[in-house]
Design a protein around this ligand. Structure first.
Ligand code: SF4
Ligand code: SF4
Length: 211
């Protein structure tokens, strides 16, 4: 059981309800590409798109589960193993854990009050500088995952609202209190730095040195 209870998630959802990354509906730029409803230069089918819930988030989502398609996946040995070709998908602490994978049944009619955290935090990602060390520090970066669509906010490096970024940062501070979330972000951060070096912080605004 996660230390992030459904009441914690309810608070995090509430914090993010009143702030927005941009002062307009960015779905009009791309036809809601990240929700899987657009033809916007997208090589995968809608039914292949979905997202993982964070540990414990499923308890809150289960209060109104019917607008999502649900599946459960158990993390196996191969998922935590790094090969010459592929990085590990999950850190060792995830082995044997069951994760909820969800897809929206009707993405054109988003139930905004129930949006999972991944939707609320996009298009940013958490990165840990000096992951696992005493000097570890959280920064937010623009999502750099291989996405099956193009997000204009990322590609055009649109300046995101400061209040929203500050709130997203606070949400991550809470999420990282769960060792599982911390392990996942640390794994991704170390892999990112190995592959492409230190990323550029969009929050806190890069006025401090990241060395
Ligand atoms: S976050 Fe990006 S991909 Fe998603 S709706 Fe906004 S502009 Fe489109
Ligand atoms: S919950 Fe809303 S924002 Fe998230 S993928 Fe579904 S339709 Fe899109």
């Amino acid at each position: 059981m996660s230390i992030l209870t459904k009441e914690v998630y309810r608070e995090l959802y509430k914090k993010l309800d009143g702030v927005f990354p941009v002062p307009y509906d960015c779905g009009t730029l791309c036809g809601k590409a990240c929700c899987g409803v657009s033809d916007y230069d997208r090589p995968v089918r809608d039914d292949e798109m979905g997202l993982y819930l964070y540990p414990g988030e499923e308890e809150l989502q289960k209060e109104a589960p019917d607008w999502l398609y649900w599946s459960e996946e158990t993390v196996e040995e191969t998922d935590i193993t790094e090969t010459e070709e592929f990085a590990a998908l999950f850190p060792p602490s995830f082995l044997g854990r069951s994760l909820s994978f969800v897809k929206c049944r009707a993405p054109l009619h988003c139930h905004r009050e129930h949006r999972p955290l991944q939707c609320r935090l996009f298009p940013t990602q958490a990165h840990l500088l000096h992951a696992g060390k005493r000097r570890e520090r959280l920064i937010l970066i623009l999502n750099d995952m291989d996405l099956p669509y193009h997000c204009p906010l990322i590609e055009e490096e649109v300046k995101l609202n400061e209040e929203w970024l500050r709130t997203v940062y606070e949400v991550w501070e809470t999420l990282l209190e769960d060792p599982l979330v911390h392990d996942m972000v640390a794994l991704d951060s170390l892999e990112r730095e190995e592959e492409v070096g230190k990323p550029t912080a969009i929050w806190p605004r890069p006025t401090f040195r990241q060395a």
